[in-house]
Write a protein that binds this ligand. Structure first.
Ligand code: SAH
Length: 270
């Protein structure tokens, strides 16, 4: 039986209706699932995290290839289905809950097709964790934001945060037909490998809050966009203006600054 037939059967049998809001589009293409696992070079030493286990098709394959799978699923109806789907598999730890809010045991790789609605928060969450490799299927527009070039409309806080912490590769495009039910958007498989930051940042908290503030107004000149950041730091308005006028980058537009420029700026105030 194909995965598509199996998905339809499970959904019918359990009278389950997939919820769009939770991104319940299940990957039903065996070739794509196998490629994701091989892109992550998963082997018998690995503990692999899966965020949003759905009907468990990827979970099942991962169990064959790695030491342990930690499968998280938020929807209790699906957790019920997963329990029966994964029965007899000894190397899976199925956890019900919101992946971004619960405590998750240590893992070293991530292979998932997470719901698109949490792509951004999940990525920021993941970049703060120790792991060696993540292979994730994202909405194509989101994937492009991760590797956008300086000045592009997609270039922003996400691009710079990802670049600061990881090597990011867009590996292959995935058609919406890979999923059942099909979503309205195309997808791309992305690989992230954490690495040492490519430039020096004195105070990461300042760096990330600078990014957040400046990218609220990406088309503004630095001298204007940076004022709220300085005021937040408790700098008086006049002092803030003086500081800004002495910045080398003050006349450039936020979107035109390289990640390294943001590092320099943050270091000015560290
Ligand atoms: N990987 C599976 C399922 C993908 S659909 C497959 O390819 O078949 C995405 C899944 O994530 C859904 O099952 C949805 O219920 C689940 N999900 C949505 N938000 C979640 C969250 N915050 N934490 C954990 N799981 C979540």
């Amino acid at each position: 039986m194909s995965l598509l037939e199996e998905a339809k059967q499970l959904i019918h049998l359990h009278k389950f209706s997939p919820k769009r809001g939770l991104g319940q589009n299940f990957a039903v293409d065996m070739t794509i699932l196998r490629r994701m696992i091989s892109f992550a070079s998963v082997d018998k030493e690995d503990v692999v995290l899966e965020i949003g286990a759905g009907l468990g098709f990827l979970t099942r394959l991962l169990c064959e290839e790695c030491k342990q799978v930690i499968a998280i699923e938020i929807d209790s109806r699906l957790v019920e289905i997963l329990r029966s789907q994964l029965r007899g598999l000894e190397n899976v730890d199925l956890i019900e809950g919101d992946a971004l809010r619960i405590d998750i045991p240590l893992f070293d790789k991530v292979v998932s097709t997470p719901p698109y609605s949490i792509s951004s928060s999940m990525l920021f969450w993941l970049l703060g964790k120790p792991f060696s490799c993540a292979v994730l299927t994202f909405q194509r527009e989101f994937a492009k934001r991760l590797t956008a070039h300086v000045g592009d409309k997609d270039y922003g806080r996400l691009t710079i945060s990802a670049y600061y912490r990881a090597d990011v590769e867009l590996l292959t495009d995935v058609s919406r037909k890979t999923f059942y039910p099909s979503p309205d958007v195309e997808s791309t498989i992305v690989r992230l490998k954490p690495r040492a930051p490519p430039f020096h940042v004195e105070n990461e908290f300042l760096f990330f809050s600078l990014l957040r503030t400046l990218f609220m107004q990406p088309n503004k000149k630095v001298r204007n966009a940076i004022i709220p950041f300085l005021r937040n730091l408790g700098v008086e308005r006049d002092d803030a203006m003086n500081r800004v006028n002495s910045l080398l980058l003050y006349n450039r537009r936020v979107r035109q600054l390289t990640p390294e420029d943001f590092g320099d700026l943050a270091n000015e105030f560290a």
